[in-house]
Design a protein around this ligand. Structure first.
Ligand code: FMN
Length: 347
């Protein structure tokens, strides 16, 4: 039986070699993996939800039996920080290599009759994706059957979508399977350049993927620069503007979130402090307490909830929370007896 199976297989191999592109003219014969890999069962609870990336414009769909295509898919996913979904057969492939070959041939034959072997992966829609990367291993010159089924079952949903094909193989080319993909999704728009990694080019996967993405003009994910909101504020007192730098703690952030803020600064303790009462009081939860105030320090006196800007040195208090400091000698503008109208605004 096995010998009989090998004859059409070898014929197919020869045929697939004829379809090789890119000068990959080594003869191919699938080798039995030393350790047959267990099929990845995936997340049984929610098999059809892509693993989300930061960039939700791209989806990488892939089928893979021995992880080669999976590695390429993951490389694309990491490079673009995009969504990833494995297309899995309804029944996992046998670990017995010959049984697997037999089944794959049978499946390819049934596909030629128009019957597609079931897969357990489905997608509701692809609406949010600009480009869908579709990756698969080459089986006997063809697209591996699970991906053929998936494309067949999602033909209408993929209509009008951009599809970029990638594949791995021992040595065969991708062109026959690319034609299959076009036939399976006649209304999709296929990116002209495909990516094929063979057993000899797979070790250069990282470079090849980057080059390919560049070539097809995919916008890579920019490293996320967290929005740094400035800690700098202006304090307008009369016709003078002084500046202060707030601390990076929750109380200071709460204060910053309320700007612009107009207040009246009152004297406290013979102009040791100029104070005002924010309403509501500023959050102090989780903020380190304790401060030995120096002129220019902006603090909260936690028991009363007032903001105290120190004009003079004062002794340490565990109830004071520092939320900022007036820059330079700007405190001089506040070191005046009486009520002072002041406006705090972001710089
Ligand atoms: C059933 C079967 C058929 C294959 N047919 C071919 C082929 O025609 N040409 C080729 O170059 N490689 C062929 N291969 C090798 C695979 O394409 C190659 O190992 C691929 O990288 C496997 O991808 P995967 O690890 O993602 O499953 C075949 C492998 C299997 C299991």
């Amino acid at each position: 039986m096995k010998k009989l199976l090998l004859i059409p297989f070898m014929l197919l191999t020869v045929l697939s070699m004829a379809a090789c592109t890119g000068g990959e003219n080594k003869s191919f014969f699938p080798e039995q993996p030393e350790t047959p890999e267990q099929p990845d069962e995936g997340d049984d609870n929610n098999p059809d939800t892509p693993t989300p990336g930061g960039n939700r414009r791209y989806l990488v769909l892939y089928a893979s039996r021995t992880s080669n295509t999976e590695r390429v898919a993951q490389q694309i996913q990491v490079t673009l920080d995009c969504d990833l979904l494995e297309v899995e057969p309804q029944t996992p492939y046998d670990n017995d290599y010959n049984a697997m070959l037999e089944r794959s041939q049978e499946e390819l034959a049934t596909i030629r009759q128009g019957n597609y072997p079931p897969v357990k992966t489905t997608m509701d829609n692809f609406d949010k994706y600009d480009i869908i990367f579709v990756g698969y291993p080459i089986w006997y010159g063809s697209m591996a059957t699970p991906m053929q089924t998936f494309l067949h079952e999602h033909t209408s949903k993929l209509a009008g979508k951009q599809i970029a094909l990638f594949a791995t193989s021992g040595s065969s080319g991708i062109s026959s399977s690319a034609s299959e993909a076009r036939n399976l999704c006649p209304d999709a728009n296929f990116v002209n350049q495909t990516l094929l990694l063979t057993s000899s080019t797979l070790p250069q996967m990282e470079t090849r993927v980057t080059e390919w993405l560049d070539k097809i003009g995919i916008e890579k994910k920019e490293p996320e620069t967290p929005e740094v909101s400035s800690l700098d504020v202006n304090i307008i007192v009369g016709n003078r503007t002084i500046t202060a730098t707030m601390e990076d703690n929750a109380a200071a952030q709460d204060f910053l979130s309320r700007l612009p803020l107009e207040v009246t600064l009152n004297d406290y303790n013979n102009i040791t402090e100029k104070i005002f009462y924010p309403n509501p009081t500023l959050t102090t939860e989780g903020v380190t307490r304790g401060c030995t105030p120096a002129p220019g320090d902006i603090t909260i006196y936690a028991p009363w909830g007032n903001v105290a800007i120190f004009c003079k040195n004062w002794s340490h208090s565990n109830d004071l929370i520092k939320i900022g400091r007036i820059n330079g000698n700007g405190i001089e503008a506040l070191n005046i007896a009486g009520d002072i109208p002041a406006k705090f605004e972001r710089k």
